[in-house]
Write a protein that binds this ligand. Structure first.
Ligand code: 5RP
Length: 262
């Protein structure tokens, strides 16, 4: 089973598998979106079925909600849960301060709301997503469909005064139609190349009429679990003020068991 996985998928699996151990009985947990988060959901489902782990989960997308239900996780809305102990989610890029770019999977709005409504956020990722400076990955910005070309023009205009390298934006497409988020909005992907000041950029983007939210997560993530293809996992915890790191080993053969009792 694991031999069928690409090195990146093995790294994602290792990260998600390790992070799933942070979930304890009785917790209210936010479930991220994307391929790394999908490994997490499968692993938590296995723990629910095999260990009788009792959790209440709030998914960050309709895709994650469907998978979570399929693997036997008790899914509720954020309105019902009100506040969460922990959210575990993937990222598209992260830096040393654990500032993130998210939204490659189109779920940034629910992801940011859920992560912010949690005591803790743990990022699960492969090592290739760590960067010195954010911005090589296009920054997703969720906008309302009404007047989106005007919003796009305004976004590009404000980028002129920001500490970024590029200012081109493109409407995300799904085939021939605009990609539509779970909230019925569109996404602009900003090709910035380099983001000098993520906090300032995030604040300024959210001031543009028509912008709902952007994919910069500043001061939201507390820990990162970085997976490698050989099953080693590095944990970094920023909650103590100074980064602490430790290394663990995940048995990649366990990937087989995730599917065996479904
Ligand atoms: C979805 C996200 C994802 O967490 C991000 O795109 C990473 O995805 P993957 O785990 O598939 O690499 O932000 O909106």
């Amino acid at each position: 089973m694991t031999s069928d996985l690409t090195p990146i998928d093995r790294a994602k699996y290792a990260s998600a598998h390790c992070a799933a151990d942070f979930v304890q009985d009785g917790m209210r947990v936010g479930l991220g979106t994307g391929s790394t988060a999908a490994w997490l959901v499968r692993r938590l489902g296995a723990r629910v079925r095999q260990e009788g782990l009792r959790i209440i989960a709030v998914p960050t997308s309709s895709r994650t909600a469907q998978l979570a239900r399929e693997v036997g996780i008790n899914v509720v809305s954020l309105d019902e849960a009100r506040w969460l102990d922990l959210t575990i989610d993937g990222a598209d890029e992260f830096d040393a301060e654990l500032t993130l770019i998210k939204g490659g999977g189109g779920a940034l709005l629910h992801e940011k709301i859920v992560a912010t409504a949690s005591d803790q956020m743990i990022v699960i990722t492969d090592a290739a997503k760590e960067v010195k400076t954010l911005g090589a990955f296009p920054l997703p910005v969720e906008v309302v469909p009404f007047g989106w070309p005007a919003t796009k023009a305004l976004v590009e205009e404000v980028l002129a005064s920001m500490d970024v390298m590029g200012r081109q934006s493109s409407l995300r497409m799904n085939g021939t139609q605009p990609y539509v988020t779970d909230e019925g909005n569109y996404i602009l992907d900003l090709a910035l190349g380099r983001i000098g000041n993520a906090r300032q950029l995030s604040l300024v983007l959210n001031q543009v009429p028509g912008v709902v939210e952007n994919g910069l997560f500043v001061d939201i993530a507390d820990q990162v679990v970085i997976g490698h293809a050989d099953g080693t996992v590095e944990l970094r915890d920023l909650t103590t003020g100074t980064p602490e790191s430790s290394v663990r080993q995940v048995d990649l053969e366990d990937a087989r068991n995730i599917f065996s009792d479904l």
